[in-house]
Design a protein around this ligand. Structure first.
Ligand code: SMO
Length: 704
């Protein structure tokens, strides 16, 4: 079934937050800090205030103290920085909002913002903050006598991986429009969000309002990727301004505003050691996970660090682990969840260690993995960090991969090209992916005209939920999907819910939809078809799942390197994934493709760069390199399904799989291509300049 959302979207009839008509709305433009640290000496607003169309210029002095997001404490939090809507005294990062102009048009607001002058006093140099990172969260796991195992192991391999800091770059930047009802004072907030109910709860808390006085609507969303799961200072300001003026207020971020102040992803430094027996058994793992957090903490700020640590042992039986994690603050934009949220970091470190172990033991890497996998007979399996792998057939996945990828032939081709002098490599990555737990809601009505109305607490961030949920309902009720109307992303029309994140919207959200549909069917059968046209039948469920569903995948990259320029080409990618029950293969393929594109971006192109003064050097898409269609190779895709046992759909997640598997496969392939000429250190993104430099260092025998 094709995406029913697309007809409107591709004919320009989608309705994004910026498309919402609001008569007489004021537009906001933010004046942002152009230094990373320092004290605000004076803000000169008079010139800006006098410009045509300007209604007000606001600074922190005009604002009450307003709270920010509440950080999900999956790790022990310490030294949580203050949250500020507009900087009051001290600056914490380049791009931090310092003042805001309210004007009758977006252009007038932007013009006036350019006339606000901020005078600074330097007191702390940003480099000092970089030199002494402040720890804001930490945690870890110790299982077994790790040091003794390392001391006695035949081999110990070690690896350090530095992840580039990434920008989510959703097609639609952050966007908010707010309307205050003049009579009731009730607030309507259109917000480009993947978590509308959470946004409502946060706004109610921050402004001391009842939740039923606030309606948050997430209309069409042009991507989110984790970046739109937490409220931002800018958004809180817009709501405050609407409440304060009683007028509609709106703000639609520019691309550059998103690059400088939306939450970034990745950026971690992970190092690990793996103890391996001569016969190939993995004996112990020790790892150190250090993640940047930026200047303030989003709702899920701790999640990437926590995920990276707990998922690290992956699909392998490793009984002894010593894993330490830290999140550190810095004078930059915040770093939060971004497609994968720690899963890519875990897979990368583990799979680099596996490839390194294979090199040292002179073993074939896929073969070495197969020896150490948790067997299906031991599912569910509790790992050393407390994670419970619910299901999966990892050896089966390996067999399917070997067969589908024609792995033996690919390797033979590589060896032949290598003998002819080419720099060519194959890398593989086997990973597991936890896909949400907790609850989600759904309400279904059988209406007198024979249509079925589904309202889901889950939501879409542009990833086709309307289509998938209509299919689930149609299957359960044995009706045509066209008869199913889907409402999502609206706190007034939908039951309380969580939203679209953590690869949960099918496994958890879809299961809630299925349970509600089954209940509806049972009610209808009890009522009998004769009564149905007159009496609307309703079913409402909250589905609760205490176990995560764990997807898995084995991805392969084939790369070649031009020895003269360092240009790395990803020639082929193969993805074999186990996502349990698949609702819509086309949607799954789309999700995987998008994830692979973002994973390839991390591996070879993308990087947010700050200089030593904390200045952002990648403030536009001229400098921040997103993958284009021509950068994407052919992707071979195959699947194997082991249904998830703890949700009624049997579904696992696919939204993040490509972003997890692709970078590790590509980095492993790059090492495979370049280690024969002595390259043993390479950092992402694998730009031509970096690869060329690594080749030159190796030639001079100076590679670290
Ligand atoms: S990184 Mo996600 O949207 O949980």
């Amino acid at each position: 079934m094709k995406r029913r959302e697309d007809r409107a979207l591709v004919t320009g009839r989608g309705q994004f937050t910026a498309d919402i008509p609001l008569d007489g709305a004021l537009h906001v433009a933010f004046v942002r800090s152009d230094v990373a640290t320092g004290r605000i000496a004076r803000i000169e607003c008079d010139t800006a205030s006098a410009l045509p169309g300007v209604v007000a210029v606001r600074t922190a002095a005009d604002l009450p103290a307003l709270d920010g997001p509440v950080v999900n404490p999956v790790l022990e939090l310490s030294g949580t920085p203050a949250f500020e809507v507009l900087a009051r005294d001290r600056i914490s990062a380049v791009g931090q909002p310092v003042a805001a102009v309210l004007a009758t048009s977006a252009a007038a607001a932007a013009d006036a913002a350019a006339h606000v002058v901020i005078e600074w006093e330097d007191d702390v140099a940003p480099t000092d903050e970089v030199a002494e990172p402040r720890i804001a969260m930490q945690g870890g796991w110790r299982e077994g006598d790790v040091e003794a195992v390392f001391a006695e192991a035949d081999h110990v391999v070690s690896v350090t991986v530095r992840h580039p800091r990434l920008a989510a770059c959703s097609l639609e930047p952050r966007s908010i429009a707010v309307h205050v009802d003049r009579v009731s004072g009730a607030l309507t907030v259109w917000l480009s969000s993947q978590t509308p109910h959470r946004a409502r709860a946060d706004l109610a808390r921050i402004f001391g309002l009842d939740t039923d006085r606030i309606r948050v609507t997430a209309p069409d969303i042009g991507g989110a990727f984790g970046m739109k799961a937490s409220l931002y200072p800018e958004e809180i300001f817009v709501v405050w301004a609407a409440l304060q003026t009683g007028r509609p207020v709106r703000w639609h971020a520019t691309r550059s505003e998103d690059l400088v102040s939306a939450s970034h992803g990745r950026g971690g430094r992970l190092s690990g050691r793996l103890a391996v027996a001569q016969d190939g058994r993995f004996l112990a793992l020790s790892a150190d996970v250090e993640m940047p957090l930026g200047a303030w903490l989003t709702t899920s700020a701790a999640v990437p660090t926590w995920n990276a640590g707990r998922i690290l042992p992956g699909p392998y039986t490793i009984d002894s682990v010593d894993i330490a994690m830290r999140g550190t603050l810095g004078a930059t934009a915040p770093v939060g969840i971004y497609r994968g949220a720690g899963r890519p970091e875990a897979a990368m470190l583990m799979e680099r260690l596996v490839h390194e172990a294979a090199r040292v033991l002179d073993r074939e890497p896929v073969d070495l993995r197969a020896q150490n996998l948790v067997p299906p007979t031991r599912m569910p399996h509790q790992g050393a960090t407390g994670i419970v792998l619910d299901s999966g057939d990892y050896p089966g996945l390996v067999r399917r991969f070997r067969d589908f990828a024609e792995y033996g032939t690919l390797c033979a081709d590589r060896d032949r090209r290598r003998r002819d002098g080419a720099l060519v490599g194959i890398g593989t990555a086997l990973f597991v992916e936890p896909c949400g737990r907790g609850w989600e809601s759904a309400r279904i009505e059988w209406r007198s005209d024979g249509s079925v109305l589904l309202a889901t607490g889950s939501s879409s961030q542009g990833h086709g939920r309307e289509t998938a949920y209509a299919q689930i309902v149609a299957d359960a009720l044995d009706i045509d999907p066209d008869r199913v109307i889907v409402r999502e992303g609206d706190t007034e029309l939908c039951p309380n819910g969580i939203g679209a994140l953590a690869s949960r919207s099918t496994a958890i959200g879809g299961s809630a939809v299925l349970e509600a549909a089954r209940e509806l069917r049972a009610k209808r059968d009890r009522a009998g078809r004769d009564n149905a046209p007159e009496n609307t039948i309703v079913a409402e469920t909250v589905f609760q799942c205490d176990h995560e569903a764990w997807g898995s995948g084995l991805h392969l990259a084939l790369v070649s390197v031009d020895p003269d320029t360092g240009m790395l080409s990803v020639e082929r990618l193969v993805c074999v994934d186990d996502i349990g029950t698949v609702i819509n293969p086309m949607l799954a393929e789309g999700q995987l493709t998008g994830g692979v594109a973002q994973g390839l971006g991390e591996a070879i192109l993308e990087q947010v760069v700050y200089d030593a003064d904390g200045q952002l050097l990648t403030g536009s898409l001229m400098d921040y390199a997103l993958p284009r269609a021509t950068d994407m190779p052919e992707i071979g895709m195959a699947s194997q399904a082991t249904p998830a046992p703890f949700n009624p759909l049997g579904a696992k997640g696919i939204g993040e799989a490509g972003a997890i598997g692709a970078p590790a496969a590509i980095l492993n392939a790059a090492f495979d291509a370049l280690s024969p000429i002595g390259v043993c250190e390479l950092d992402m993104p694998l730009t031509a300049a970096r690869v060329w430099q690594a080749i030159q260092s190796a030639k001079q025998g100076g590679s670290a």
